[in-house]
Design a binder for this molecule. Structure first.
Ligand code: LLP
Length: 454
């Protein structure tokens, strides 16, 4: 069906949509709705595609590149395993995500742990699992990490240093179609590279502390500039700032950080006609920028890493709903908007309510009438902001019982789902070669009641 639908979604001659050979009518009958339907082959090929794009672009620079799948977009044991099988590492941002990656059998060395407020338990778990990198977000966290390593070091023994990246903010913040450049970012993540009156920056202070601490090993510098970025310019600006910081650190301490991570954030298409950021193009452009900047600074090219989440999983998944109430509402300007209620809503996709995010929807159980009407897809929650798709043309004869799919819900759909109104969260059902496999089962009322101690 083309973008923004999953790669293997096809509308058959009978008007019903199959994804990877699975008829969505059958899937709905077997699994119920709502359900997230994830195209496994699309996930694997997107993961592989991003990895190979970066390997191709950075290969000739000689320092290597790693792609981490950002699990916050959507993580389950199977998905972590697929990402790893496709040659990616896994980026986690909490102890919970770390637990899923470890349960999947991803070796600690191939996992990174983020978080602006890691607990001591999360730090301990990361050290015990031997994670490949802990991305430090504050000076306080550095102290706690040093203490945790010391605790694990026998009296008189050399500490086994924790591999550390320092997350910095470069003043570039990107997202959607815009990026703005500011001297200081008024937000919670990272340490600023901006120089204060005393001639140094919070980022440099942290880096120097890591270099000086025998309990820590400086692996690199990390920068993540935002999410759903469609304009690649911000990445190049951030790369330049990070590479300059790296060169400055080397000049001050003699320590050349071996690695630079430029984060994730590559934008995808949510609507027909929207052009996603092309991983090959961004990889090539960034390789050119990194090469030229390092040459200018006289520093060797570092190992690079990236952390895309949305660009890998977002387009692989649709949410399948059953249409319930259909209600025409006359607007002030005389137009009529058809309110189409589905059996889920803001509990399975908070993004429209939270960010005003646009989505696309279609009836997938049959060919609808050729005439379309202006429709708004809404959920079943007790809130007028419970909107799934603000505006979409749907067949004029859309009716209760139709199956309706919303495209590109793989990233931050299930991962930000809630139980608002005690609605159990939908399952994640993988489809591949005509077969279905439940990755995450549907929550039940019993699951919810089990938490309620009466
Ligand atoms: N790395 C770091 C350090 C991050 O903070 C994030 C996302 C990523 C990687 C992955 O970004 P992606 O490639 O998926 O854009 N809930 C929001 C998105 C929040 C992203 C937070 N950090 C949404 O639904 O749009």
């Amino acid at each position: 069906m083309g973008l923004p639908w999953p790669a293997h979604a096809v509308r058959g001659a009978d008007g019903a949509v199959r994804v990877a050979g699975v008829d969505l009518r059958d899937l709905a009958a077997e699994q119920g709705t709502p359900a997230y339907v994830l195209d496994e082959a699309a996930f694997r090929s997107r993961a592989r595609g991003v990895r190979t794009a970066f390997e191709k672009a950075f290969g000739h620079l000689g320092a290597g590149v790693d792609v981490y799948y950002a699990g916050k977009a959507f993580l389950s044991v199977a998905v972590a395993r697929w990402a790893h099988e496709e040659g990616l590492r896994v980026d986690t941002s909490t102890g919970g995500e770390l637990a899923v990656a470890l349960r999947a059998g991803v070796p600690g060395a191939d996992i990174g742990l983020h978080g602006n407020n890691k607990s001591d338990a999360e730090i301990a778990r990361a050290l015990d699992a031997g994670v490949g990198r802990i991305i430090v977000d504050s000076l306080g966290e550095l102290d706690r990490l040093v203490a945790a390593v010391r605790e694990r070091t026998a009296d008189g023994a050399e500490p086994a240093p924790a591999p550390v990246m320092v997350r910095v903010t470069t003043g570039v913040h990107a997202g959607g179609h815009e990026y703005i450049s500011t001297a200081h970012e008024d937000q919670k993540f990272g340490l600023s590279v901006a120089t204060a009156a005393d001639g140094t920056s919070p980022a440099m202070t942290a880096l120097e502390r890591v270099v000086a601490a025998p309990e820590l090993r400086l692996l690199g510098i990390h920068s993540h500039i935002g999410s759903q970025i469609l304009d690649p310019e911000g990445f190049a600006v951030a790369a330049g700032a990070v590479l300059r910081l790296r060169a400055e650190l080397a000049a001050r301490t003699g320590c050349l950080a071996p690695e630079v991570d430029l984060g994730g954030g590559f934008g995808i298409a949510y609507l027909p006609g929207e052009v996603p950021l092309d991983p090959e193009r961004i990889a090539k452009d960034l390789a050119t920028t990194v090469d030229a900047t390092c040459a200018e600074l006289g520093t060797p090219v570092p190992r690079l890493s990236f952390e895309p989440g949305r660009a890998i999983v977002g387009p692989t998944t649709l949410t399948l709903y059953t249409v319930g109430t259909v209600k025409p509402v006359t607007l002030e300007d005389g137009r009529v908007r058809l309110y189409v209620s589905v059996d889920g809503g803001m509990s399975d996709n908070i993004r429209p309510a939270l960010y005003g995010a646009p989505y696309h929807a279609a009836v997938v159980s049959r060919t609808g009438a050729a005439r379309t009407v202006l429709a708004r897809v809404v959920g079943k929650h007790c809130e007028s902001g419970d909107i799934v798709v603000h505006e979409v043309q749907l067949p004029a004869d859309v009716a209760p019982g139709d199956l309706l799919a919303v495209a590109a819900t793989g990233a931050y759909g299930r991962s930000m789902a809630s139980n608002y109104n005690h609605v159990p969260r939908p399952p994640v059902v993988a489809v591949r070669d005509g077969a279905t496999r439940v990755l995450v089962r549907r929550e039940t009322e019993d699951d919810l009641l089990a938490l309620d101690l009466g």
